[in-house]
Design a protein around this ligand. Structure first.
Ligand SMILES: Cc1cc2nc3c(=O)[nH]c(=O)nc-3n(C[C@H](O)[C@H](O)[C@H](O)COP(=O)(O)OP(=O)(O)OC[C@H]3O[C@@H](n4cnc5c(N)ncnc54)[C@H](O)[C@@H]3O)c2cc1C
Length: 359
């Protein structure tokens, strides 16, 4: 059989696999992405990028690096793909109480948050739809990415470049060699698992500390209504297309399937009814599994024992913010041996792997 020789075989065309493939191709590498179109977290996600989270207004991990990078990255990618999917918008947080109002207002003077939060000057623009009697805070540098549009455009580009195999992948078909792997008629220098939540069932990365979490989202209609940004108050409301909004999301650690549930719908409906002023109609209800990790940091790097095998995963609930910067880091690591961020590099868990061999 004639072998096709490539540099990197990537399994999965979600956000992780797509952006890593793109970065590697920009460096001139020969890449093949394998994806069979099974349910994916990226195709369910709202794609929100939020640099400041929680009731304490905590700056997200690596925010100062991730956010400037992602804005440039997605804008460039839109230009390269001649498609629109990146939507920088403020994220509006209506105050829930006088105490929260005082705390948030005080935080606008916090030097660590100055690039990220400001008092909203648009309270009135939200007031037709949202209860915001106490006003609200705006998070800056926020955005949402229309992931299905971006992923479809990338898929088309990979297909044109002969860099896509629309096929099911099984690790049973992989033959490991000293410095390469073979899958079917492909020989690759490295194979990188970008399988999202499915990776925890595979033979090479099950030992990593996964903590995957199911999430559900509603699409609702408020004909004629609009919002200048994403609203966030325990749930979020994301203006999507004219008069359509996405509402999410839930967190469920136990019943880990890809099906929407009555419990998820009831929870989101209840929160939405409290936060908004107008009746709404639910158009659609979807669920997905976030590839989250204990410790909430991603998984990137090479297998402790079989170094032609690597992983880019563990993006949890922040894949849209993390993937641009980390895919670049991983591409630099793979092609130039540059250092990966130590909190992302799976080297930090190598001892777990070796102890798993003993048990
Ligand atoms: C309800 C919900 C809301 C979310 N909201 C946000 C948000 O607002 N902002 C944000 O940043 N993140 C959000 N996320 C998280 C986000 O979806 C993930 O961080 C990110 O999409 C993970 O991307 P991934 O590529 O690692 O995995 P996935 O997107 O799951 O991609 C894995 C890919 O691998 C393919 N695959 C797997 N196994 C095989 C195989 N054996 N053969 C062939 N193909 C295979 C699958 O088809 C899939 O395409 C949300 C997630 C959920 C569920």
């Amino acid at each position: 059989m004639d072998m096709r020789k490539i540099d990197y075989l990537l399994i999965g065309q979600g956000t992780a696999g797509s952006l890593l493939a793109w970065q590697l191709m920009q460096k001139g590498c020969r890449v093949l992405v394998v994806d069979d179109g099974r349910p994916s977290s990226s195709r369910v996600a709202a794609g929100i990028c939020n640099p400041v989270t929680g009731r304490k207004l905590t700056r997200t991990w690596l925010a100062d690096e991730l956010f400037p990078y992602l804005h440039d990255f997605y804008r460039n990618l839109e230009r390269e793909l001649d498609t629109s999917f990146f939507h920088p918008v403020p994220l509006y947080r209506p105050y829930q109480s006088i105490e929260e109002q005082n705390f948030f207002i005080a935080q606008t003077a916090n030097p660590l948050l100055q690039d990220y939060v400001r008092l909203s000057a648009s309270d009135r623009a939200y007031a037709s739809l949202i209860h915001n009697e106490l006003g609200g805070l705006e998070t800056l540098q926020a955005a949402w990415v229309d992931l299905p549009v971006m992923l479809d455009a990338l898929r088309g580009r990979f297909r044109e470049a002969g860099a896509l195999a629309e096929d099911s992948f099984s690790w049973d078909d992989v033959i490991r060699e000293e410095d390469s792997v073979t899958w079917k008629d492909i020989r690759a220098r490295k194979i990188i698992s970008c399988e999202g939540a499915y990776a925890r069932f595979g033979p090479y990365f099950g030992w990593l500390p996964w903590a995957v979490v199911k999430g559900e989202i509603l699409s609702v209609d408020w004909p004629g209504q609009s919002l200048p940004g994403i609203v966030n108050q325990s749930i979020w409301i994301q203006p999507h297309k004219d008069g359509t909004f996405r509402v999410g999301s839930t967190y469920e650690w136990d019943d880990l399937d890809w099906e929407p549930t009555e419990k998820g719908r009831t929870y989101l409906e209840g929160k939405l009814t409290k936060l908004t002023k107008l009746p709404f109609e639910i158009q659609c209800h979807v669920a997905g599994i976030r590839p989250a990790t204990q410790g909430r940091r991603p998984f990137a790097g090479l297998h402790p024992e079989y170094t032609p095998i690597g992983i880019f995963n563990g993006l949890g609930s922040k894949g849209t913010s993390l993937a641009p910067f980390l895919s670049r880091q991983l591409a630099d690591f793979l092609t130039e041996g540059k250092e990966l961020h130590p909190d992302a590099n799976i080297e930090r868990f190598h001892s777990l792997y070796f102890s798993s061999l003993k048990s």
